[in-house]
Design a protein around this ligand. Structure first.
Ligand code: SAM
Length: 239
């Protein structure tokens, strides 16, 4: 049933603290207990993270660059960014996700002499929805979060994220172009009750308009697709 009055966020928080946490931790992990679809989504998502890192490094070293990773999940991007020497603030609406990201960061970044990446500073982790983040960062990144919100909410989220960034904003979202195809595939693969929260797709034009309204323009675009995963990746800069 439709939730009235800003309920999307509460539903999303609840989902990512419970069943969604279990499901996505598995997909974003490296264990073998995933099915064919989950494995495909894991691959697609890892490509998004990889493309984001490439976009970020394109402009030069990340050493000392401040990055806000809004909706950090289990730390798939925050941890490699820290390894590149970035000063990372990673936050998520889900306390379970933040705890998992922190645990993985400790395992992967360590704090001792034998640390894999001696240059890496531990990201700063925070349980916070992106709408209430503040501060200013060289770069703000928000991957695969907008899918949980309709465009009318996404507009405000994009504007807020842009207000936190001095140089660039990187966003990924599920493009509307694939809507029917996606629905068809999901329908075929997941008959019966829905296994996830509602998914909202966004047209690139709508995202671009939301950015333009606050004085930002898209500088780079990428498209990541596997069989079951679709993401449009955009890098925006102030006009
Ligand atoms: N960005 C991560 C990545 O790409 O690995 C995680 C993507 S996961 C599909 C979506 C994440 O967004 C979840 O961890 C969820 O808790 C978080 N999220 C959803 N709505 C949010 C909001 N309003 N503010 C902050 N995080 C949110």
């Amino acid at each position: 049933a439709e939730v009235v009055g800003g309920g999307d966020k509460e539903v999303v928080r609840e989902y990512f603290n419970n069943t969604g946490f279990q499901r996505w931790k598995k997909i974003y992990g490296d264990t073998e207990d995933v099915n064919r679809v989950q494995l495909d989504i894991r691959l697609g998502h890892s490509k998004t993270v990889e493309s984001t890192l490439m976009m970020l490094k394109d402009e030069g070293s990340l050493e000392g660059v401040t990055v806000c990773d809004a909706g950090c999940g289990t730390g798939s991007l925050a941890i490699p960014l820290a390894k590149e020497g970035a000063i990372v603030s990673a936050s998520d609406i889900s306390a379970a996700m933040v705890a998992e990201a922190e645990k993985q960061a400790k395992e992967q970044l360590g704090s001792s002499e034998d640390s894999v990446s001696p240059a890496a500073a531990m990201p700063k982790f925070l349980v916070k929805d992106l709408e209430s983040l503040d501060g200013k960062y060289d770069t703000v990144v928000c991957l695969d979060v907008l899918i949980h919100y309709p465009q009318n909410k996404a507009d405000g989220m994009i504007a807020h994220l842009a207000s936190l960034a001095s140089n660039r904003l990187i966003l990924s979202f599920a493009p509307k172009t694939f809507y029917y195809d996606l629905l068809k595939r999901i329908g075929e693969l997941f008959p019966g009750p829905s296994k996830a929260t509602r998914a909202y797709l966004h047209s690139e034009a709508d995202v671009e308009r939301a950015l333009q309204k606050v004085g930002w323009k898209i500088r780079k675009r990428g498209l990541i697709t596997t069989q079951f995963y679709f993401a449009k990746l955009v890098e925006a800069v102030p006009m």
